[in-house]
Ligand binder design. Structure first.
Ligand code: SAH
Ligand code: SF4
Length: 341
């Protein structure tokens, strides 16, 4: 039997078209969107403000899929949670919920695995399976709605800009008042540095935040960490970032994973500060989290602090991200669904 079309992931224009094809009024798309995304229902019967005949018509042609939680783990250190989801085709993804003083952030995946193969990242090690649909991206947030997340970051498994169309559809749903209602300033999309995606994002009217995983101050170092740098070296990447900041008048965040004796010296800090000079930005330092079979180490606490303190007066804003959930492999770069069951 052919599977019914899932409505999760459709946006109002698509829902309007569906309704008009059914001979219904288009404005009901707003009600439908609120039920699917805001209330998170999965049965048409629960949509009590739609007529019974419409609910029956919808039920005969469509469904509202929900991804299934296969495993949930909570960190003993900081109470962050990691959820393992199983998708319709049996593929698996992970989503992390991070609890901080003033915010609850849900870290969402955009692909099953990742094709970019960064050498320090567990997701990169597992290879690429497929892109997530818009529905699968937003469903990771709907699944943790009861924890009342305040922020969304697209920093889970995968490279969002290699799944650009689905990511943008999902972002619209996450941002809209008819969807998940997260203000744009509470949503961040992180890229390994796909210039085309950065430039396209600059033309979106919504003020979603952009983070770029820079991770090294020179092409030689970055080539070793991120193979994508051979295709888009720093010059090309930073041209795209400058285009973005000029066009949007918004600041970007550069993420920089600190790796012992690789990119954590004073010279590295100096070169990094020169590299980003003139770009309105914040630098977010992330001490490396261990990944099986990767020969890197996290620098000592003194070296981390020394790097930050050397960088700070040279760059206007520098933050140090303390990763969450390291004991349950939920920290940045540790997400992987092939090593463990
Ligand atoms: N593919 C996108 C988004 C997901 S990765 C990107 O690369 O930006 C999210 C962040 O985790 C990136 O900034 C990446 O540099 C960082 N990261 C990956 N592996 C890590 C590790 N082992 N330790 C610390 N951070 C890591
Ligand atoms: Fe992919 Fe980002 Fe990991 Fe690189 S750091 S392999 S781009 S998920």
């Amino acid at each position: 039997m052919k599977k019914k079309m899932s409505l999760k992931g459709l946006w109002t224009q698509d829902l309007e078209k569906l309704l008009s094809d059914l001979g219904e009024r288009r404005y009901k798309a707003n009600q439908l969107a609120l039920w699917i995304y805001d209330k998170g229902v999965t049965e048409f019967d629960q949509m009590t403000d739609l007529s019974e005949s419409l609910r029956e018509k919808l039920d005969s042609i469509a469904c509202i899929d929900a991804i299934k939680v296969r495993k949930a783990q909570t960190s003993d250190i900081d109470f962050s949670e990691k959820l393992l989801f199983e998708l319709e085709d049996g593929e698996r993804i992970e989503t992390v919920l991070m609890l901080e003083k003033d915010r609850i952030t849900v870290c969402v995946s955009t692909q099953v695995g990742c094709p970019l193969g960064c050498t320090f990242c567990a997701t990169g090690k597992m290879g690429f399976k497929r892109n997530l649909t818009p529905g699968e991206i937003v469903d990771q947030i709907i699944a943790v709605k009861d924890r009342r997340p305040t922020h969304v970051v697209l920093m889970g498994m995968g490279e969002p800009f290699l799944n650009y169309g689905n990511t943008i559809k999902a972002l619209k749903i996450i941002n809209s008042e008819l969807g998940l209602s997260f203000a744009a300033k509470r949503i961040t999309v992180s890229t390994a540095g796909i210039p085309d995606g950065i430039k396209k994002l600059a033309s979106l009217t919504s003020k979603i935040k952009l983070a770029i995983s820079l991770n090294a101050p020179t092409d030689d170092q970055r080539n070793e960490l991120m193979p994508i740098n051979k295709k888009y070296p720093l010059k090309t990447l930073l041209e795209a970032v400058r285009y973005y900041t000029d066009r949007t008048k918004r600041r970007v965040t550069f993420e920089y994973v600190l790796i012992e004796d690789f990119n954590d010296s004073q010279k590295d800090a100096l070169e990094l500060s020169k590299l980003v000079r003139g770009i309105p930005c914040k630098i977010n330092l992330i001490p490396y989290n261990s990944v099986p079979d990767v020969p890197f180490e996290k620098p000592s606490e003194e070296k981390i602090v020394a790097f930050r303190d050397y960088l700070f007066p040279r760059c206007p804003t520098v933050t140090l991200r303390r990763s969450k959930g390291e004991d349950i492999q939920a920290a940045c770069g540790q997400l992987c669904t092939t090593i463990k069951a």
